[in-house]
Write a protein that binds this ligand. Structure first.
Ligand code: SF4
Length: 187
């Protein structure tokens, strides 16, 4: 299955109840040949209406962070852990997680990234679990943000999700510094 066929299947997926509130499918975007895959959590209300990733308030922050880091959306492949909007932005349920993450696994198999950048707690948890990397002590995934993890096959750079700045504006400086590390991965 090509990446376009995969996207087409995702756009009509009925595998969990979240398809009932899907207005426009929010498909992955960017450059599948870049070797870098960035994984956000899920579309929000605005994205569900526009059908494009990061077009709501967190998208504005995302664009600012990328600009500050000197990179553009075409420098990587951008996708979501959960492909349809999570109601009231809740964390995904167990059922939603197990229904939707096989799509992401198919994307990883198809894209074969060298670098994986999970944004936020849930995407970081997925990437570490999928790659069999032991959980940090106390399951404190947040401590991993901004730090490179190197395995035989991948470089992983977990970053805070842009949404974090909506609630904790004081984190801007540290997030700007961490997002700048993306540039190192492109040199
Ligand atoms: S969230 Fe994922 S599994 Fe659920 S309907 Fe959407 S694409 Fe399918």
């Amino acid at each position: 299955m090509s990446i376009l066929q995969l996207h087409s299947s995702i756009s009509v997926c009925p595998k969990c109840s979240l398809h009932k509130t899907r207005i426009k499918p929010v498909l992955p975007e960017g450059n599948p040949g870049s070797g870098i895959m960035m994984i956000a959590q899920s579309p929000g209300k605005v994205e569900n209406q526009t059908g494009r990733m990061f077009t709501g308030p967190s998208g504005k922050i995302f664009n600012e962070l990328l600009k500050h880091a000197g990179i553009s959306r075409n420098d990587f492949y951008l996708t979501n852990l959960i492909k349809c909007m999570l109601i009231k932005s809740r964390d995904p349920s167990r059922e939603q997680w197990y229904a939707c993450t096989p799509w992401l696994i198919k994307e990883i198999e198809q894209i074969k990234p060298k670098v994986i950048v999970p944004l936020g707690f849930q995407a970081t948890k997925f990437v570490l679990t999928y790659l069999g990397i032991p959980r940090p002590p106390g399951k404190s995934y947040r401590k991993l943000f901004g730090n490179f993890i190197k395995t035989e096959k991948y470089v992983i750079l977990p970053l805070r999700h842009p949404t974090a700045l909506l609630f904790n504006p004081d984190k801007r400086k540290v997030m700007e510094e961490n997002y700048k590390k993306l540039k190192e991965l492109m040199l």
